[in-house]
Design a protein around this ligand. Structure first.
Ligand code: FAD
Ligand code: UDP
Length: 366
């Protein structure tokens, strides 16, 4: 047998795994369905701009070990994510903070904002039962109606009342004038784009692109002792118990003959009538000064077999179904399931890296 590890997929999980294994002298083969490495963090250079091909990716973490690791692979810039929301032409700062409250209610102090939100959340009694109740109890009804309802329903394709409350808990709510979208200690974009990191992670591996592992798994399995599978867990088991639900995303990317289209990397369109959820202007991630600009309109789609699955939909039904697949996965010999799709978790990049590191620690590689 030639390889120690067969990595199915070439996202961050597989990359972190491969990087450490190669350092320990293990032989790794990567089989990737797409025509490039990197999974969802892959960047394509257009007009000298690193275009985040699968959606805006901002690195943020509070885990020093993860931060040190990625900084060993690339230098990070000082980008701080501060998206703005466009609601029917009105502009608000995100996440929800004193700038948002002041614009919305023409107030100045945290006390005034707290009083308004307290009044607006009065009808929610007890523990919030769904995303709508959670949102109103966090920021009141005005913000829910203007900045959350439309965006969330476009993003997830269902009513806020039918969505779990944890989705919205990701967003900070602050009674300070602070537009930083994240609470994490560390944040930035790798200078030169994510491919700088990806190329280092897979150095020393043999790589096969444009190839779906599941179409010929016996052949690929025979090439290695152990498989590290980072694709969808339900696909691995031929959807034996049924399909897990995902949301997919579609991007319409345009090159514009102007240097600065929207003055910010991310603008969310929070009303229902605009069909896309946000517009990304990629150059602003790296403070680009190119004469042209590249923008991507992001549309959220229901996922059907054959499309790229992007977001796991972690509601109770899907979670139950995932647990059944997880039981099968635990019984599978010589296969490691890892990453956003194989663990069916709404992981950010740092959490995926952490998950791979935990696995490597268990294997006593790091
Ligand atoms: P992936 O990157 O999904 O890699 C899996 C790879 O496996 C893919 O390349 C796929 O083609 C391949 N594959 C699947 N099945 C097969 C098969 N059968 N055969 C061969 N290859 C296969 N995180 C942040 O921290 N900050 C952000 O700002 C952020 N923004 C995001 C925006 C969007 C729109 C999305 C969708 C995600 C965002 N994330 C963000 C999350 C981030 O993309 C993920 O946490 C991370 O990229 C997941 O890495 P992974 O290795 O688990 O999976
Ligand atoms: N959200 C919202 N309005 C916004 C931005 C986000 O209501 O302008 C909600 C939405 O439900 C989204 C959740 O907050 O799914 C988490 O947002 P985040 O930006 O973290 O989502 P991501 O696209 O990174 O998964």
């Amino acid at each position: 047998m030639k390889y120690d590890y067969l990595l199915v997929g070439s996202g961050l999980y597989a990359g972190v795994f491969a990087y450490h294994m190669i350092k320990k002298g293990r032989k790794c083969l990567v089989v990737e369905k797409r025509n490039h490495l990197g999974g969802n963090v892959y960047c394509e250079s257009i007009e000298g701009i690193n275009v985040h091909k699968y959606g805006a990716h901002i690195f943020h973490t509070s885990n020093k070990k993860v931060w040190d690791f990625v900084n060993g692979l690339a230098e990070f810039n000082r980008y701080t994510n501060s998206p703005i929301a466009n609601y029917k032409g009105e502009i608000y700062n995100l996440p929800f903070n004193m700038n948002t409250f002041s614009r919305l209610w023409n107030i100045k102090t945290p006390k005034e904002a707290e009083a308004i939100i307290r009044r607006q959340r009065e009808d929610i009694q007890g523990e919030p039962a769904n995303l709508e109740e959670q949102a109103i109890s966090l920021v009141g009804r005005d913000i829910y109606e203007k900045l959350i309802k439309g965006y969330t329903e476009k993003q997830w394709g269902r009513e806020c009342k039918e969505l779990p409350s944890f989705i919205i808990k990701r967003l900070p709510v602050r009674y300070t004038y602070d537009n930083n979208y994240f609470n994490d200690l560390y944040q930035g974009i790798p200078i030169g784009g994510y491919n700088v990191i990806i190329n280092k992670l897979f150095q020393g591996c043999d790589i096969i692109l444009d190839t779906d592992y599941l179409e010929n798994r016996e052949k690929w399995n025979s090439k290695a002792e152990t498989v590290v599978y980072t694709g969808p867990i339900d696909a691995y088991f031929d959807y034996r118990y049924g399909e897990l639900e995902y949301r997919s995303v579609r991007f319409e990317t345009e090159i514009l003959d102007e240097p600065n289209y929207q003055g910010n990397a991310v603008v969310n369109y929070t009303d229902r009538d605009v069909p896309y959820t946000r517009i990304i202007e990629h150059k602003h991630f790296e403070f680009g000064t190119q004469p042209k600009t590249v923008i991507s309109k992001e549309y959220s789609d229901a996922w059907v077999k054959g499309m790229e699955p992007y977001y796991p939909v972690n509601n109770d039904n899907n979670q139950k179904l995932y647990c059944k697949y997880k039981e099968l996965a635990d019984k599978e010999k010589n296969v490691i399931f890892g990453g956003r799709l194989a663990e069916y978790k709404y992981y950010d990049m740092d959490k995926v890296i952490e998950s791979a590191m935990n696995r490597l620690e268990k294997l006593e590689i790091i």
